[in-house]
Design a protein around this ligand. Structure first.
Ligand SMILES: [Zn+2]
Length: 194
C-alpha cells in the first residue's frame, strides 16, 4: 500500500499512540490509482459487479441514473480522494462493524476523540440530522483524511483537475450533468476543509 509521506507519518504516530492504549488501527485501503478506480467503476457500470444485487447495465439503462447509483459508495475515476494518498480506510469497510461490534465501536470512539490531534478527519459523516452534509457519498465511518494536505488538494481540485480531465472511462460524459465536483468532491464534512 502507498500513501502521501506526510499522511503516512501522521498515521504511524496515531497508530502507535492508539496501540499504547489498546486500540489496533489498521489501514485496509490507502492510495488507489486512476486505473484501479476505473476498474471498480466500470465493473459496476457494465454489471460485472452487482450493486444492491442488480446488474446496473440492465436495471438502470439511463447513464445519469446509473452513475448516481454507483456514486452512493464508489467514486468516479479521477474524483476519488484515494488518488491523493492522503486518505485511508481503517479496519473495516462496513458501517455496522463500527456500531455493533465491540472492538469496532471502541476504535470508532477513539478516532472521533483523538484523530483530529493527528490531522485526521472523517470526511463522509452521516447525512442525517441537523447541520449534516446534504450531498455526496453515504456515511463511511472507516474513511479518514489527512487534512493538512488534503484540504489544499480539495480547494485546488476544480482548477487543477476540473471536468476537462474527467475522461477515459465508461459514463464519463455524465460527470458535468451530475455535478460530481460540487456534489461529491466538495460534498464532505465541512470540518475537514478548514
Ligand atoms: Zn475510502
Amino acid at each position: 500500500m502507498w500513501g502521501h509521506k506526510d499522511a503516512v507519518e501522521a498515521f504511524v504516530r496515531m497508530a502507535e499512540d492508539a496501540e499504547q492504549t489498546g486500540y489496533k488501527l489498521k489501514i485496509v485501503s490507502a492510495f488507489r490509482s486512476f486505473s484501479d478506480q476505473k476498474k471498480i467503476w466500470e465493473d459496476k457500470w457494465t454489471g460485472k459487479t452487482l450493486v444492491g444485487g442488480k446488474k446496473l447495465n440492465t436495471s438502470l439503462p439511463d447513464p445519469q441514473a446509473r452513475a448516481l447509483k454507483i456514486l452512493q459508495y464508489s467514486s468516479m475515476p479521477g474524483t476519488s480522494r484515494h488518488h491523493w494518498g492522503t486518505d485511508f480506510d481503517f479496519n473495516s469497510l462496513d458501517n455496522a462493524y463500527f456500531t455493533t461490534n465491540r472492538d469496532g465501536r471502541r476504535i470508532y470512539d477513539w478516532l472521533v476523540n483523538h484523530a483530529a490531534n493527528y490531522g485526521f478527519c472523517q470526511v463522509y459523516t452521516s447525512k442525517k440530522g441537523e447541520g449534516a452534509r446534504t450531498t455526496g457519498y453515504e456515511e463511511e465511518k472507516w474513511h479518514w483524511s489527512y487534512t493538512p494536505v488534503a484540504a489544499w488538494y480539495q480547494r485546488q481540485y476544480p482548477s487543477d483537475v476540473g471536468y476537462e480531465r474527467l475522461t477515459g472511462f465508461l459514463g464519463a460524459e455524465t460527470a458535468r450533468a451530475i455535478g460530481v465536483i460540487p456534489g461529491y468532491v466538495q460534498g464532505v464534512n465541512p470540518e475537514c476543509v478548514q
